[in-house]
Structure formats: structure tokens, C-alpha cells
Design a protein around this ligand. Sequence first.
Ligand SMILES: Cc1cc2nc3c(=O)[nH]c(=O)nc-3n(C[C@H](O)[C@H](O)[C@H](O)COP(=O)(O)OP(=O)(O)OC[C@H]3O[C@@H](n4cnc5c(N)ncnc54)[C@H](O)[C@@H]3O)c2cc1C
Length: 462
Amino acid sequence: MKDVVVVGGGLAGLAAAWRLRHWDTVLLESGSRLGGRIRSERRGRYWLNWGGHVFAGQGSSTDVLLTEAGITAAQVPGSLAGLAMNGKLLLKGRIETYPFRIPMPLSSRVALVKTGIKVGGQVLRYANIVRQRPGEDPAVRQQRVYDFENGRSFRDFVGDLPGDAEALFRPTVTRSAADPDEISAGAGIGYFSLVWNMGQGLSRGIVGGPSTLTEGIATVLGDRVRLDTEVVEIVHKQRSVVVRYRQNGMDREVEGRYVVLATPATVSHRVAVDLPQDIREALGKIVYGPYVSAAFLTDESTPQPWDDAYAIATPKRSFNIALNQASLLRGSEQVRQPGSSIMTFSPAGLARTLLEKSDEEILRIYTDDLDQVLGSGFGGSVVESQVQRWETGAPYCFPGRGALQPALMRRGSRVLLAGDYLGTLYTETAIQTGFSAAQEAVSLLATERQQGRVRSLPLAAG
Ligand SMILES: Cc1cc2nc3c(=O)[nH]c(=O)nc-3n(C[C@H](O)[C@H](O)[C@H](O)COP(=O)(O)OP(=O)(O)OC[C@H]3O[C@@H](n4cnc5c(N)ncnc54)[C@H](O)[C@@H]3O)c2cc1C
């Protein structure tokens, strides 16, 4: 019997398996690669990226994992607040000035200023809500964040806006994977807080690309990882848990004293059949929105206007943001080297439209829009491009989501939940909940050992 069976090889499962690496563990992953919604690939000095791209900074669980695994991350040097709209590309200056620098009808400009003041006031309130109070349990803070303006949608909060005003607000809110009428008002406001307070929150890049972290951990875990292994059912016994899985067309099972269940909530709801009813019901109510992303490798040899930008919001396009994945390299160059790596990102309604199309069609639409946004030479400089579909791109905070949190946080069974759906900071939540589940497992195993039920000791560190 294993001490712990980890199910799911995304960041949450990998963080848990990393913390449990001196115990007798196995990690079961249904896909043929580790990383889940983290996916990047090296191309010489550049990397293509399709998934999570910016990460939490100092003092975060992400920072601890990166340090322990010996992976380098740095603040992305490029601006996080570029904007391309109505034929204008803005890469510098204060965001408050943008509505006056983008050509648009007066009605939209007036609505933007009015709504900007309204949202700005709530962003100040939000800053107070998210602040960790001294000595406070992080779970209490997380509940407060979920409960903030959780009774209505962001659309209900801002009301109907004229065309260009609505278009300018949309890319920030929909990064959540939800459209403005799907996301709660509080979560929408939280996104503006994240974008306006640049430098805080998620703004570090991983040198070599995000998969450097997941692949680094995978190397250390070695043969404790089983790929192409789909878990279909998890059932408690009196003092253990049976994990049933399918591998190479065969049904198999493994028994563990504890399970860290780090699959998306939709899967966890389906496979963990005997979890307490309220927890299982809460898992079934988590909602994910879709993303479509694409990565472009280019070979241009001259400096580009967007070299100093990391993120450029692109209202009214097929993607809502273009991300310069060469930003970390640009920041350390004396002389601009040839080539670049650009990621496009279409959430929620934009993704739903694209998901119906072929990859070739999506790439053609993206390239046309990139030509408009970054300059007409862009398409000609592309040497490689690839689409990724994420049907469960991210869990979002909908009106009423806060009420599910107490059940999801309750422990008591031998199946310990982990994953980004348990909090509001994506990769940071995934890693933090993976660590927390691992710590709980270690603590319970230690107690069982004292009681003489576990004979195994942690393996020698190394
Ligand atoms: C395009 C995109 C951009 C993003 N940008 C950012 C960003 O910049 N910053 C940020 O912080 N976050 C970002 N995110 C979100 C971030 O990637 C996720 O929050 C995080 O990676 C989730 O990790 P996880 O371990 O909780 O889930 P996942 O990564 O989904 O891992 C779950 C794993 O479980 C496996 N699995 C599923 N079913 C089974 C089964 N039955 N048996 C075994 N294994 C199973 C899956 O294959 C997967 O590997 C982005 C996501 C996307 C898609």
C-alpha cells in the first residue's frame, strides 16, 4: 500500500508530490505529459507558450516551490498594460489616460470615465478585502474575497455600456474565462485590481518557459509518475482508499492510506464517489469557462514597437490579449536578437466561437488580427504556429460561488482536495492547495505511525 496516491499531474498535484517525495507515493496522470494547464516548449533561446504564463512573486507558495526546485523566475520587464484599439497602439502612460488617447465616440468616452470612477472606488474596497490581516487564517481571507460583491454579476454592477466603452472593459474581465454577465461583480472588480496594481499579484515569468518548473519536478519524481493513467473511481475503505484507473486499456487499482485529488473539480466530482455529499455537491457546482490560445515563433531581425510590452489588450479582436513571451529575454539583451515568441489568448465567448473552427482557420484569423495589432509584417515573420484548446480553461467566481467554499475547505475524509478551483489566484492557489494537502497527509501519516498503523518511514532525503 502507498502512503499517498496523488491524482492529477498539474501544478497542484506536482506541488503535493514534490512535498511528499520522501514518502512512498505514486502520481497518476491521465494525459501523456505532466503540467496540465501549464504548457510551454523550448525553441532555441525562445519558448512557445499555450497555458499559464505569469506567476506569483515573493512570499508566495509559488516562490517557495520555484526556490526549492531550483528554477529561476523574474519580474517580466515589459509593460503589462498595453492596449491596441481602433487603430491605436498604446504602450506607455497612465491607464487613466487611455480613454482620452483612443479614438472613440463621445458617448463611450463619457461612459468610460463614469464607469472607471465607479469601478475604481470598488477596487479600493477590494484592496482592503484581499489584505491579509495579522495572524489571520488564509482560509478566512479567501472566504472574504469570494463573498465580496458575490450576489450579482459584473454586468449588473456596471450596467449597459455603449459599444467602445463595453469593448474596453471586456478584455480585463473576460481573462477570468467568464463573460461579464457570468462572473460575479466582486471577481470582475478583482481583475481590475490585478491589472491596475501592476507589479503585484501575477507578474513573474519563468526563465525557459513555465514547463521548466513542471518538467524539473517530474525529473525528481522519476518513476513515481505514471502517465496515460486515467483514474475512474476513488473509494474509501476503513483505513485506506482504493484508486481505480485505466491504463493501456486495462482496469487496475492501487491502494493508498491517503489520496491527494488534484484534478479539475468536474473530474473530482465524478471520480470521488463516496465523498461527503455536501463536498461532492459543491464540486459539481464549480463552473469552468473555455480558453483558446496559440503560440507564434517569428524570425524578424529588427526591433519591433511592441518589444517593450509584455501584455497588450486587444478589444474587438479574435483574442483579447497578445503576450510577448520574449519579454524576459528582451529585458536582458544588449542588442536586440532576431526572432520572438507571441502568445494569443481568447477566453469565454471568444473561445466558444473559435472552438467550432479548425486549427488552420483559427491561425488564419489570429494572424490577420496580429497583423492589424502588431504591424502588417507580423504574419510574414511567423515560422511556426500552433493552437491549443482548453475546454476547461479556468474555474471562475460566479454569483453565489462564495457559499460553496466552506464545504470545499472541510477536511475529514482520506481524500484531500487540491487545485486552482479552491481559491482565486490560479497557479498560486494550485500550488498552495497542493502544499496544504501534502502537509495534511504528512501530519495524518505521522499520527498513524505513532499509533503503530504505518510501518514505513519517509525515504532518506535526497
Ligand atoms: C491559456 C491559459 C492561460 C493562463 N494564464 C495564467 C497565468 O498567466 N497565471 C496564472 O496564475 N494562471 C493562469 N492560468 C491558469 C493556470 O494555468 C491554472 O490555474 C493552473 O495551471 C491549474 O493547475 P491545477 O493543477 O489546479 O489543474 P490542471 O493544470 O488542470 O491539472 C489537473 C491535471 O489532472 C489531470 N487529470 C484530469 N482528469 C484525470 C483523471 N481522471 N485521472 C488522472 N489525471 C487526470 C489533467 O490531465 C491535468 O494534468 C492560465 C490557464 C490557461 C489555460
